[in-house]
Design a protein around this ligand. Structure first.
Ligand code: FAD
Length: 430
């Protein structure tokens, strides 16, 4: 059938999940055509807007994604928000199959009083700010205080702590935005606390193999329980900046100061109950107030529903699916954080996306996808143009990329990110 010859497949989202799903489909099916739709004018999702600027090696996956985008059977359409500019039913009509890989764009709220006070922000927004995410570019966090408290102890919390404490001159040659670097240069933050409900053995840092896990645990315990030797103690005393982990503490309230700003965080002391998977942190009844001038909540990302026609489990924050097949909707698939929830590194997302691609191709082979030709992008292009939406192609992105690299050159940065979508579109003559 025609479908067997040229399956038209569309992927929503151009982060690791979108690109790895596309890569698998293109590699395993010699005729498949894949269009990737992305709401930002630029590709790569959290590789660009999440991964910390001082971890450039992690961003090498962009080379692989670029190869995929260069395939004659793949196209990138940025500046198209699915659910707003085009609906999922419209995509399903135009393509043989649709894969939702739109990640987790929201953050989990703390749901405690005072969360809305000035000086409290989500780690997600803070990360978006230093990485040039358009919606967070004007965040300008107030770093005029000397203590910051991060609520959460996962990888994102660690990234944020590191960026707050790294001497700004060590960030000068990264792709951190100029604006963020300026604010960090003025920062007076000296101490960062990372607060967690549970203990050292439950921290959510990603550790790849058991040996480093054991070492990290030993290091944590040694630092926490042993007195430093004289040399170590002298080094600690002379350090201009410090961080620490506060275990077994659960945030109850952000404390307001008389002028209506935040003054600190009230924490309930907890202890662990139960064993194994059932271990829970329960309050002991003791309270502790931790004074601080900045509160960053880092208790997780969260996916949003994209379109009323797509089932969504708002409790788990994922699209209900079996191995990437969206429940009860034939021809609709999902991969990445919106499939599994917002945990796991890029490598986890890769494995998971290849699996979704495999399920899709199995269904295609079994004749479970619509038969007959589908118009693919031609139909969507007509819809978008009637709605005044102008997509950004991959070669458009390459022009923006070259502009960013050129802007970084004078200052020794790998790039100076463009942060204003209007400016990006202007540069492209849109
Ligand atoms: P995303 O990367 O979020 O991609 C989703 C894409 O979909 C985005 O481009 C988004 O703009 C787009 N989108 C959203 N809604 C729509 C819509 N309606 N229409 C069209 N497009 C849409 N992993 C590592 O291996 N190493 C690290 O150092 C590392 N650091 C991290 C730091 C932070 C702060 C975070 C949050 C994560 C980090 N990770 C790291 C994890 C890694 O980023 C994720 O595993 C991976 O990005 C998840 O891929 P994804 O494609 O599901 O989501």
């Amino acid at each position: 059938s025609t479908q067997e010859k040229t399956p038209q497949i569309c992927v929503v989202g151009s982060g690791p999940a979108g690109f790895y799903t596309a890569q698998h489909l293109l590699k395993q099916h010699p005729q498949a055509h894949v269009d990737i739709y992305e709401k930002q004018p630029v590709p790569f999702g959290l590789v660009r807007f999440g991964v910390a600027p001082d971890h450039p090696e992690v961003k090498n996956v962009i080379n692989t994604f670029t190869q995929t985008a260069h395939s004659g059977r793949c196209a990138f359409w940025g500046n198209v928000e699915v659910g707003r500019d085009v609906t999922v039913p419209e995509l399903r009509e135009a393509y043989h199959a649709v894969v939702l890989s739109y990640g987790a764009e929201d953050h989990r709220a703390l749901e405690i009083p005072g969360e809305e006070l000035p000086g409290v922000c989500s780690a997600r927004a803070f990360v978006g700010w230093y990485n040039g995410l358009p919606e967070n570019r004007e965040l300008e966090p107030d770093l005029s205080c000397d203590t910051a408290v991060i609520l959460g102890q996962g990888n994102v919390a660690l990234d944020v702590a590191r960026i707050l404490l790294t001497p700004p001159e060590h960030l000068e040659r990264t792709d951190i935005t100029k604006a963020a670097l300026g604010v960090l240069r003025q920062s007076r933050v000296k101490t960062v606390w990372l607060v967690g409900r549970r203990g050292p053995l439950q921290v959510a840092f990603t550790i790849k193999v058991p040996r480093p896990r054991k070492r990290l645990t030993e290091l944590l315990l040694r630092t926490a329980t042993e007195k430093p030797g004289p040399e170590e103690a002298a080094r600690w005393a002379s350090a201009s900046r410090a961080w620490g982990l506060r275990f077994f503490r659960s945030p109850q309230q952000v404390l307001p100061s008389p002028d209506g700003r935040r003054a600190g965080v009230r924490l309930a002391v907890t202890r662990l109950e139960g064993v194994g998977e059932a271990t829970r942190a329960v309050p002991t009844g003791d309270m502790e107030d931790l004074p601080c001038g900045l509160v960053l909540s880092s208790v997780g990302y969260k996916s949003r529903p994209v379109d009323p026609s797509v089932p969504f489990d708002s409790k788990l924050g994922v699209i209900p699916n079996v191995e990437g097949r969206v429940m009860d909707v034939p021809g609709l698939y999902c991969s990445g954080w919106v499939k599994r929830g917002p945990t796991g590194v890029i490598a986890t997302t890769m494995t998971d996306s290849f699996l979704t691609g495999q399920m899709l191709l199995q269904d295609l082979k079994a004749g479970l996808l619509p038969s007959g030709p589908r118009p693919g992008y031609a139909a969507i292009q007509a819809l978008l143009s009637s709605r005044g939406v102008r997509p950004v192609s991959f070669s458009d992105w390459e022009k923006l990329d070259a502009e960013e690299v050129a802007r970084g050159q004078g200052t020794g940065k790998p790039r100076e990110k463009l942060v204003d979508p209007q400016e990006m579109l202007r540069l492209l003559g849109h």
